[in-house]
Write a protein that binds this ligand. Sequence first.
Ligand SMILES: Cc1ncc(COP(=O)(O)O)c(C=O)c1O
Length: 469
Amino acid sequence: MQKTWSGSRVDLHIDLDASKGRRSALESALRDGIRQGRLAAGTLLPSTRGLATELGLSCGTVTAAYDQLVEEGYLTTRPGSGTTVADIPPETVTSPSAVPIPAGPHHDLRPGIPDVSAFPARAWLAATRRVVAGSRSVVFGAGDPQGRIELRAAVADYLGRTRGVTTTPDRIVITSGYYQGLSLLSGVLAQNGAQRVAVEDPSHNVFRAVVQRAGLATPPMPVDARGACVDALTREVDAVLLTPSHQYPTGVPLHPSRRQAVGAWMRTTGGLVIEDDYDGEYRYDRQPVGAFQGVAPDRTIYCGTASKTLGPALRLAWMALPPHLVKPVVEAKQQADLYTESLSQLVLADLITTHAYDRHVRATRLHYRRRRELLLGRVSGITGLTAHGVPAGLHALLTLPTDWPPEDEILSLCARQGLALRGLSELHIDPRGRPEGLLIGFAAPPEHAYRAALDALFETLLQLATNTK
Ligand SMILES: Cc1ncc(COP(=O)(O)O)c(C=O)c1O
């Protein structure tokens, strides 16, 4: 007999074994719940009368079962405070709330992660209140596969104003992260007959894999001091995936001559550009260079994300699409997961239109700029350790002195000191013979923890420098 016991205190699915007597079946069900951790220590059980009514048992049966489990140490009773689950170690299965959270690294210097302790919680909560106080059917009713019009309108305006993107709300599609956007787009390109999407080398391995999973080949374009070597773009290439504002991971912007060469390739071959503008808001020495999309809006898919400005767990990103791709991409989005949930879209739309988003970006830009300067100051104290890229983004690439141990050994050494960072090698398509390096995310730690993270990193690196003298 299966019953869901939803007394006023807890909600628990109880399976009473019909082959046993009623009292014994209830005892077993409670014992199992406690042993497996589904009933956590301290949980207040329903009154005997309440449970008896819910389960169709007599009060005497429930009282006897409770008494038995008190005797066995599974439950405790205190006059006036009811019956609660005792603190016993759970068996094999643990409840979701009891799943141990793995201890994170002591110093988080992973690239690409913003300081989420600076998340604009007050503005977000105020915007949430405004949104929820509005129409419930707008917020909690069916969503839109293309994304909420409120957010599409806010994003189209924001991108035009801050990134020089030429678009309109009907060309914007909201996705659950760039990851999903790129996946949908790759599927649509493959369906339309595309075979090759050129990628930067090095570039983010996760996103290369997304393109490959759609059945597309990813011919590499080496990256030098001017960004991607776009002369690798031939007639056979259908599209190219670029990070033109701040190449990931080297940090160089695409040189104007290369931008022009890409434009010429698009015109002569009809090729498409997928522009990953993942951290375009963060340039520290000058106004950010406008998005490439502004040059060729009808053949560029511009991709932006809230993962760097607000936090990756929001899973909110946007694409500004050429008109011919809007319908197929929206259909692909609908097939994938119907639509991205509405509440956070509406809240973000509110933050953008009230300019709280701009204020947050400006404030974090100042923090990150100072953090990058602190990092580079320390780098300059170690001969042969070299920082690459322009003052921008949330990470810096450091290449290593030639007499240092290999990258993987350095990463292991750093891990032993509680430092989380990333190596360059895994971002090369074929790391053999390619430069090694460290990617230092200077944005990830909370403000108060940044100096300690730098101290720990440079203590380790200085040790290496001394050992190799
Ligand atoms: C190169 C690059 N592009 C884009 C993104 C954003 O991805 P998403 O919006 O799926 O979080 C990231 C985040 O790690 C990234 O490193």
